[in-house]
Design a protein. Structure first.
Length: 578
């Protein structure tokens, strides 16, 4: 079967969903184009800044689309075949992820653009608020852990292609550092000269291409420089990336985040367009098996792993933090929420489909997949194959794909670290300069501890930390989505008494809560009991203890929500801010 058929069916499904179910959701959430949004009412040109929906979509999309819609579909496809991954992307994004994102965005807008945690505070109480914040912080830590380590893995080793061409991880690292330097220079020029944004874009976008090309000629290979293993070099990169996260979360927005977000938005659109063109006109056929079974060779089950391995792309709790943290403060009109919240989620699902296509065109016995190929390299190679449609050299295409992958992740790492700092400041009540520095240190120190651990597989072989922590990241992220959906259900019922709420947000809550909890309980069991059923004693693995903490927080929040739905307490909320 041709990839074109799958891509066109997927794209048509997402477009149809946007104009049908998406339109119905605008009525369900009672979007009012005449209502004054907080961005307009509270405009201060610092935090509250109304912007046109097409610009807000780009900013929102670049913040929510990280490694998830790339790594998740590829890993799940490798484990179970491409059909389960594709179905979850297409169904999850339409009926769960899109509802979650749109709901979080409009809930924030209706509450003075406050965070989803503060919506929980108003409708579920202060105890639920602190439980929710604690869960959010732990989830952010594991997003940082997983994404930092998987980017670090891109910066080490050498990949040899079938035609003999080599692509150096050190070269990708050099391109990435050059790419980060460009927005700093751009930000300085925009602030201290008369250079316009349009002129800066025309100058610096081509320079991104120069950074991609030159990286392979000046590779920064720590393994060779310091005579250490690739895994040790990866840990060095992890530490440097976390140092970058700390600096970026404290730096003024104008010097790095805003110009890099602008360049990155264009770059990521180019990656999506390039991938789409390759699928449509590359003439590639599907070679990877559609379904390989309900269990992997290691005995891992399709359920619940399907729902946690693919987080971003189908449903992601992190999106609610972005939607209620920054996007709600810039929404110019309530009617724009459909494009930003629902449309942004469907666009991310399309990124997931393109990523999955990078695997689908490979045979199961392909040399590329031998020895456990990295998901990011599969994506980079896929993008290189797609870009050959426009005669881009393979080595440049791989570098382009891997830098696109890294660009997705940089945006998320910045946002996660900054939001983690906000949560620590809120939990401790320690604000001001000292509070910012301490909160940032705490938020980056926790991931540093985890990525520095030496992780091993069942055979005792050392493996990258992200391979261990990715499922935990997925489970915690999806459970955060479930808790957000619980908060939305309570808000919608108490504020509006909407009878459809049980189907629109209630059923997604049950699915995401049960699958995430199931996965976490499996992690806990694996920490105490061996595959043969023998008691292992008190686990030393931090994954087990973090999973237990997440389960406890989620259970307490569920109890708080059920208390609100108890018949004697079930009455509309007396306060509803519009």
């Amino acid at each position: 079967m041709s990839l074109v058929v799958i891509f066109l069916i997927s794209a048509a499904w997402l477009v149809l969903a946007y104009f049908t179910y998406g339109s119905w959701l605008t009525r369900f959430f009672k979007l009012d184009p005449q209502a004054q949004t907080p961005a307009v009412a509270l405009r201060d040109d610092v935090d509250y800044v109304p912007i046109d929906k097409k610009f807000l979509l780009g900013q929102h999309f670049s913040a929510i689309a990280a490694a998830g819609p790339i790594v998740g579909p590829i890993l799940t496809g490798l484990m179970f075949g491409w059909v389960p991954a594709l179905l979850w992307l297409l169904l999850g994004s339409v009926f769960i992820g899109g509802v979650h994102d749109l709901g979080a965005l409009i809930a924030s807008v209706r509450h003075q653009a406050r965070s989803i945690a503060e919506v929980v505070l108003q409708h579920m109480g202060r105890r639920s608020y602190f439980l929710f914040l604690g869960f959010v912080w732990l989830t952010l830590v594991y997003i940082i852990v997983a994404f930092t380590d998987i980017v670090g893995s891109s910066f080490v080793g050498v990949q040899t292609l079938e035609n003999g061409t080599t692509v150096s991880g050190g070269g990708i690292a050099s391109s990435s550092l050059l790419y980060l330097a460009l927005p700093v220079l751009m930000g300085l020029l925009l602030r201290y000269t008369k250079l316009s944004l349009r002129a800066a874009t025309l100058i610096f976008l081509p320079l991104v291409g120069v950074a991609i090309w030159s990286g392979q000629h000046i590779p920064l290979d720590f393994a060779r420089l310091f005579n250490i293993t690739d895994l040790q070099a990866q840990k060095v990169w992890d530490a440097l990336l976390l140092l970058y996260c700390a600096a970026a979360s404290l730096a003024p927005m104008w010097i790095l985040l805003q110009p890099r977000g602008h360049l990155g938005g264009w770059f990521l659109v180019a990656a999506l367009v390039g991938g789409g063109l390759g699928v449509l006109f590359g003439g590639k056929t599907i070679q990877y098996p559609a379904f390989t079974g309900f269990y992997t060779a290691q005995g891992e089950p399709l359920f619940p792993l399907l729902f946690i391995m693919i987080a971003c792309g189908a449903c992601s709790g992190f999106h609610a933090i972005v939607a209620s943290g920054t996007s709600s403060k810039q929404l110019q009109n309530e009617s724009d929420a459909k494009l930003i919240g629902y449309g942004g989620m469907l666009l991310e699902a399309l990124v997931g489909v393109v990523s999955l296509a990078c695997l689908m065109m490979l045979a199961k016995d392909s040399p590329v997949l031998a020895g456990g190929a990295k998901a990011n390299f599969i994506y980079g190679l896929g993008m290189a194959n797609f870009l050959q449609v426009v005669h881009v050299p393979v080595a440049f295409g791989i570098s382009f794909g891997l830098l696109a992958f890294t660009t997705f992740v940089y945006d998320t790492l910045d946002v996660c670290t900054r939001l983690g700092r906000y949560v620590v400041e809120e939990l401790t009540g320690w604000h001001g300069r000292a509070g910012r520095y301490v909160a940032t240190a705490v938020t980056t120190a926790a991931p540093l501890y985890f990525v520095m651990q030496t992780m091993t597989d069942a055979a005792g072989n050392a493996i990258p930390a992200w391979k261990i922590f990715w499922p935990l990241f997925g489970a915690s992220n999806q459970l955060l989505a479930a808790l957000t959906l619980i908060g939305l259900t309570v808000w919608l019922y108490r504020a509006y008494q909407l009878r459809w709420v049980w189907l629109v947000t209630g059923l997604p809550t049950v699915l995401m809560y049960s699958m995430s909890l199931w996965a976490l309980l499996r992690f806990i069991k694996a920490g105490f009991v061996s595959p043969t059923g023998q008691w292992k004693g008190v686990p030393k693995d931090p994954v087990t203890w973090v999973a237990m903490t997440l389960v406890a927080l989620a259970a307490l929040l569920l109890v708080e929500a059920l208390r609100l739905f108890w018949p004697t307490r079930l009455k509309p909320s007396p306060v509803f801010e519009s």
